[in-house]
Design a protein around this ligand. Structure first.
Ligand SMILES: [Ca+2]
Length: 217
């Protein structure tokens, strides 16, 4: 069974890379492990970090589990996507204790600092979806935040399309899912501690490193 899963996973990866190449332009894609919400969060040293038990409400929300993702640049058009483990439907609900979910692509001008220069967010409060571009290049809040209406949610696939000119000079990126507890911190401010968690983010060990942009965790 393990072998079959590995082969299936390899085929999916190859298919995804083939799609990326045929799309033209510059594309970076990655795959991410299934079933790694919170409890198997891996750092750069490869050691797992345990955040909560596997039977929590958050661990059961498959739409928080990233399976793959990509960023593509073609001319001035920047497209980014995430595939999550379970589809978002009209019946989908927030896990108990969660006030908002955020699917995020963080972009960096360089790797000198931990905080991202830009972030593209799809936000969900359990009823409404929206998308926003956060620009922290000023270095201090309030940061610029612009609404984006060019996003789609199609079952397990979330995408955002925007002008590359809105994030000039970015070179690296990674994705994560975030859950907010209580009042979500506003995107024009630094994140407030203790009010949110990242159940899943780009796996370091599974990255495709042979494409123009270098993803990073
Ligand atoms: Ca995952």
């Amino acid at each position: 069974m393990k072998v079959a899963l590995t082969i299936a996973s390899t085929i999916v990866t190859l298919l995804m890379l083939a799609v990326s190449v045929s799309a033209g332009g510059n594309t970076v894609s990655f795959t991410d492990r299934q079933g790694d919400l919170g409890k198997t969060w891996y750092g750069m040293d490869g050691d797992p970090v345990s955040w909560w038990s596997g039977d929590s409400a958050i661990s059961g929300a498959g739409y928080l589990d990233i399976r793959s993702g990509w960023v593509a640049v073609k001319g001035d058009v920047l497209t980014m996507g995430l595939v999550v483990d379970s589809p978002l439907t009209a019946d989908s609900a927030l896990p108990d204790g969660v006030s908002q979910v955020r699917w995020v692509w963080f972009f960096y001008l360089n790797t000198e600092h931990f905080w991202a220069d830009y972030g593209v967010f799809i936000l969900w409060d359990g009823a409404q979806f929206s998308a926003s571009l956060m620009d922290r290049t000023s270095g201090s809040p309030p940061f610029a935040v612009a609404a984006l209406d060019t996003f789609t949610i199609d079952g397990q696939i979330l995408t955002v399309t925007m002008s590359m000119a809105k994030m000039p000079g970015v070179v690296v990126w990674f994705s994560e899912t975030m859950v907010m507890h209580g009042s979500p911190w506003p995107l024009d401010q630094w994140p407030s501690s203790g009010a949110w968690h990242a159940p899943d983010l780009t796996d370091w060990i599974d990255l495709s490193m042979d494409l123009p942009w270098l993803p990073m965790p």
